[in-house]
Ligand binder design. Structure first.
Ligand SMILES: *Cc1c(COP(=O)(O)O)cnc(C)c1O
Length: 401
């Protein structure tokens, strides 16, 4: 490994508590019974002693609890404080899924006639939303990949409103320069929206690098145990505010039980993702030396094309990697079927290791020509490293290959 991850490097100039400390403590309060962290309020609605007290909250003069779909629920609010803190943002809104967070954010910033630029590889659902759903509303997207992402300025139009990107990108792990992209966008008055699901805030904070908004599928690393579905968008208070009515009126609120579970998971986020990132690095190095493997995509490998940018903007390189097996779809499927510890499943970020062929899951609905343009071959395999012992995972891969 060319450079050890420096998890204690501060991204904010002022001295703050370390990331692990904030995972445990940010947003937490003792509950009224002395319970050691914020309790679960499952309630859909909250009562008031008088009409005057109700109006104080309805008219926004005091922060109070009103109705859970609006987000005015103490369990939701405690979680949002923690998430905003971990991404170095002012405000966060949680949602019923990552796609809910993303779609509400895009809808609150774009209207009919607007134009979006999508940079690099993105999650299949993001691609489908931009390419199939938004054109029905009169919102057009230009998709730039590979070298084209360096020439984003040339694709700006009068009506360009938003740049959407994901780094590292799914499934080729392409790395995009967040600071450079954000600078170019800001000059043109275009808003940047970064999907930070793969890196997690343990490894990367896009807001510190100049992005306007960051979102996550909390279903992945933030939840971390493959037992919840959720999403979040984080940014400055001003940037976040317009999204509130969209979440409320599209009814995309996260359930309080899920919020409670997610807060629980976040307390161990730092130790989980550091261990997963170290395992992914070891597996990437093992695969890079294997004769049946044509290519390994992992930002932590010194000869990976995006390595230098990743070194600048990430503290660690994450727990996901992909590789290209020497074989067509069927031969590759047989190899995948021989794996015992890696379970065949879509998704990532949980404590259990998962394996998927992008052409069977995340990129199944993408047209073959578009897959070819994006260099996603039949033999591509994506691994999400869990918390098993690294040696056991390497042995499993060795016997399957
Ligand atoms: C899973 C995922 C999403 C969508 O999140 P859901 O919680 O499934 O709605 C978006 N972006 C990335 C990178 C993802 O991995």
């Amino acid at each position: 490994m060319s450079n050890p991850p420096d998890y204690d490097r501060r991204s904010a100039p002022q001295r703050r508590q370390g990331f692990s400390t904030r995972c445990v403590h940010a947003g937490e309060t003792l509950d009224s019974q002395g319970g050691i962290h914020s309790p679960l309020y499952n309630h859909s609605t909250f009562g008031f002693p008088s009409t005057r007290a109700l109006m104080e909250v309805v008219e926004g003069r005091t922060e109070g609890n009103l109705y859970t779909r609006y987000g005015s629920n103490p369990t939701i609010r405690a979680l949002e404080k923690k998430l905003a803190d971990l991404e170095n943002g002012q405000s966060a809104y949680v949602f019923s899924s990552g796609m809910a967070a993303e779609s509400a954010t895009i809808l609150s910033y774009c209207r009919a006639g607007d134009h979006i630029i999508c940079l690099g590889d993105v999650y299949g659902g993001t691609y489908e939303f931009l390419s199939e759903n938004l054109p029905n509303l009169g919102i057009e997207t230009t998709f730039l990949i590979g070298d084209e992402t360096g020439a984003v300025e040339r694709h700006f139009r009068e009506n360009t409103r938003l740049i959407v990107f994901e780094t590292p990108g799914n499934p080729s792990m392409d790395v995009l320069d967040i600071a450079e992209t954000s600078k170019i966008a800001r000059r043109a008055g275009v808003i940047t929206l970064a999907d930070n699901t793969f890196a997690s805030p343990v490894n990367q904070n896009p807001l510190d690098l100049g992005a306007d908004l960051v979102f996550h599928s909390t279903t992945k690393y933030l939840g971390g145990h493959s037992d919840l579905t959720g999403g979040v968008v984080i940014g400055s208070a001003d940037r976040i505010r317009p999204i509130w009515t969209w979440r409320k009126n599209l009814g995309q609120m996260m359930a309080p039980e899920v919020a409670f579970l997610l807060s629980r998971s976040l307390r161990t986020l730092s130790v989980r993702v550091r261990a997963q990132s170290a395992t992914a690095q070891a597996i990437a190095e093992f695969l890079a030396g294997h004769p049946k493997v044509a290519r390994v995509n992992y930002p932590g490998l010194p000869d990976f094309p995006g390595h230098d940018i990743a070194r600048r903007q990430m503290r660690g390189y994450g727990g996901v990697l992909s590789f290209v097996y020497e074989g067509d779809a069927q031969v590759t499927a047989k190899m995948v079927d021989r794996l015992k510890l890696f379970t065949i499943a879509a998704s990532l970020g949980g404590v259990e290791s998962l394996v998927t062929q992008p052409i069977t899951t995340t990129h199944h609905s993408m047209a073959p020509e578009e897959r070819a343009r994006r260099n996603i071959p039949e033999g591509m395999v994506r691994l999400s490293c869990g918390l098993e012992d690294t040696d056991d995972l390497v042995e499993d891969l060795r016997q399957a290959l």
